[in-house]
Design a protein around this ligand. Structure first.
Ligand SMILES: Nc1ncnc2c1ncn2[C@@H]1O[C@H](COP(=O)(O)OP(=O)(O)O)[C@@H](O)[C@H]1O
Ligand SMILES: [Mg+2]
Length: 265
């Protein structure tokens, strides 16, 4: 099982949309995928399991009171399971912060899943802050995928994120953590600005940047309110096409063992 953290400490850049739809796209390609909701807001949970009442969260595994294997929730999508989140996770930050070795708690909690061959990929949808849950995600992950919104200040904060990634690696918390890549999201082809931002980012980051660019699409933004992934909500639209393409490109990178130590900032 390979663990991918979808992270950016900025809110509203497309982390959850990307986690949900990349997970669904990979599952549709026959990969066995676990979507792990690490955000107390639970938006990824609503997108794939809105109909379930109180599915188990990581609270038990992170506090050492239950096994992660008892927290897996099947979804209606074949090959896709979920570990849900709810507001309990907010209080959990404080509890985990008090523990010895508090950076390693998520890695420890997920270990039983690494030991058995149940999933090909686990995708961690991180909360929008550099707090305990997100740093735990970086310590637990093999790779980091960073959604970047197509806007003027797109790269703001990326230096800090790369610095923290380096710290987690160099401190020994997770020596093999690498960057899968940056992903431009919410691209609006009607504006020159978006075009210029993508061009600028691409010239700077070259292959670190995914070729796939996620377009701005009302369908993508409304799908969660129907409790659907984009593949269910608008299977023939630009959003489904882009996330399908992303799943393909992600697998290609995975098979080629392509990842990066850092983004050249
Ligand atoms: N490609 C897109 N086109 C249009 N709206 C989007 C797109 N991606 C995300 N959104 C919307 O933008 C908001 C923030 O996206 P979200 O994925 O929740 O970001 P994050 O998890 O980083 O906070 C949500 O309302 C979401 O539906
Ligand atoms: Mg989110």
């Amino acid at each position: 099982m390979k663990i991918l953290a979808v992270a950016n400490q900025k809110g509203g850049v497309g982390k959850t949309t990307t986690s949900v739809n990349l997970a669904a796209g990979l599952a549709a390609r026959g990969q066995r995928v676990l979507l792990v909701d690490l955000d107390p807001q639970g938006n990824a949970t609503s997108a794939v399991a809105a109909d379930l009442e109180n599915p188990p969260t990581l609270y038990g595994p992170l506090t050492g009171t239950s096994d992660v294997r008892s927290c897996l929730t099947p979804t209606r999508l074949p090959n896709l399971s979920l570990i849900a989140a709810n507001l309990d996770l907010a209080g959990l930050e404080i509890e985990v912060a008090r523990m010895d070795d508090h950076l390693q708690q998520l890695r420890r909690a997920l270990q039983p899943l690494r030991d058995v061959d149940t999933f090909d990929f686990a995708i961690l949808d991180c909360p929008p802050s550099l707090g305990i849950l997100m740093t735990n995600a970086l310590a637990a992950a093999d790779q980091l995928l960073v959604p970047v919104q197509c806007e003027y200040y797109a790269l703001e904060g990326l230096g800090k994120l790369m610095f923290v990634m380096g710290q987690i690696r160099d401190s020994g918390a997770n020596p093999s953590l690498t960057l899968s890549g940056l992903l431009m999201t919410m691209f609006d082809r009607r504006t020159n600005l978006a075009e210029a931002v993508v061009k600028d980012v691409r010239s700077h980051f070259e292959e670190v940047l995914y070729d796939t660019v996620i377009p701005r699409s009302v369908r993508l933004s409304e799908a969660p309110s129907f409790g659907r992934t984009i593949f269910e909500h608008d299977p023939r639209g630009t959003g489904a096409e882009a996330y399908g393409q992303l799943a393909k490109e992600f697998l290609k990178r995975h098979e080629a063992n392509l990842s990066f130590v850092n983004a050249p900032l």
